[in-house]
Design a protein around this ligand. Structure first.
Ligand SMILES: Cc1cc2nc3c(=O)[nH]c(=O)nc-3n(C[C@H](O)[C@H](O)[C@H](O)COP(=O)(O)O)c2cc1C
Ligand SMILES: Cc1ncc(COP(=O)(O)O)c(CN)c1O
Length: 231
């Protein structure tokens, strides 16, 4: 397949030297943009708001990296459902492949790949389960169809066919009064939220000639540092 695609020559240049990039920002990302304690939330909220305003698809999608008990890394996309000074929150199956990795190794990375904005934000840190009240509040805000599917799905386990999957979902729907029923679907015991509590957050802004801007903020244990990194 890829032999018909000229991958080596595929590239996009970012901005023009010393001018604005696709992020619409003339000034270069600078360490002085990161203020506050911790220093990352204000700039992160601004960039997230700009990604939403730019109408890029799924601006709250983030690529989550985990490492399993055998040291094998894996990444997949999840939706960010909360972001504040305490960290970034996502919801998933606790017994899924990622859930099992996080049980063994409660650390992760997440990357927001805002490529259309020529931006990326990268977090690393410890991961904790959110408390059940936070999971319940989010669960109740999900569409009923998504609740039924999450209830039916043993996420990341094999299933024989699409028909088997549809039948499993239909059985769960019947248990709770049908797809359009009124019986509330309880939070499945195997489902809930996690919060990545960042110890490092890196902001990346693409610039001409690959002379990009990178600013890293890290929690050293005695306070947050802010440094520019080479591209
Ligand atoms: C844009 C996008 C958003 C997704 N959001 C979630 C999510 O919030 N939670 C989730 O469990 N899976 C989500 N998925 C599916 C995951 O990428 C993944 O396939 C699933 O969670 C199983 O991952 P695992 O087997 O590594 O545990 C999303 C996929 C895409 C493409
Ligand atoms: C399996 C799964 N779980 C959870 C989510 C999170 O999003 P939402 O709660 O908005 O459905 C997604 C989003 N694609 C998903 O695919």
């Amino acid at each position: 397949m890829s032999e018909h695609l000229d991958l080596p020559s595929m590239r996009v240049g970012y901005g023009a030297a010393d001018s604005t990039g696709a992020d619409g920002v003339v000034e270069h990302l600078d360490t002085t943009w990161l203020t506050g304690d911790p220093p990352w939330p204000a700039l992160f909220q601004r960039w997230l708001g700009e990604a939403v305003a730019a109408q890029i698809p799924e601006p709250n999608a983030m690529v989550l990296g985990t490492v399993d008990a055998d040291g094998r890394p894996a990444t997949r996309t999840v939706l960010c459902k909360g972001a504040d000074a305490d960290g970034v929150v996502f919801f998933t199956g606790y017994d899924s492949r990622k859930g099992r990795a996080l049980a063994a190794n409660p650390v992760a990375s997440v990357t927001f790949p805002w490529i259309a904005m020529e931006r990326q934000v990268h977090f690393r840190g410890r991961v904790v389960k959110v408390d059940p009240a936070e999971t319940l509040a989010y669960w109740q805000a999900r569409p009923r169809g998504s609740q039924l599917s999450a209830y039916a799905s043993q996420q990341s386990e094999p299933i024989g066919s699409r028909a088997d999957l549809v039948a499993a979902a239909a059985a769960v729907a019947a248990e709770f009064g049908g797809v359009d029923g009124q019986t509330p679907v309880p939070v499945p015991p195997h489902w809930g939220g996690y919060r990545l509590e960042p110890v490092s957050v890196e902001f990346w802004q693409g610039r001409a000639d690959r002379l990009h801007n990178r600013v890293l903020t890290e929690d050293t244990g005695t306070g947050w540092t802010v440094q520019r990194l080479q591209p």
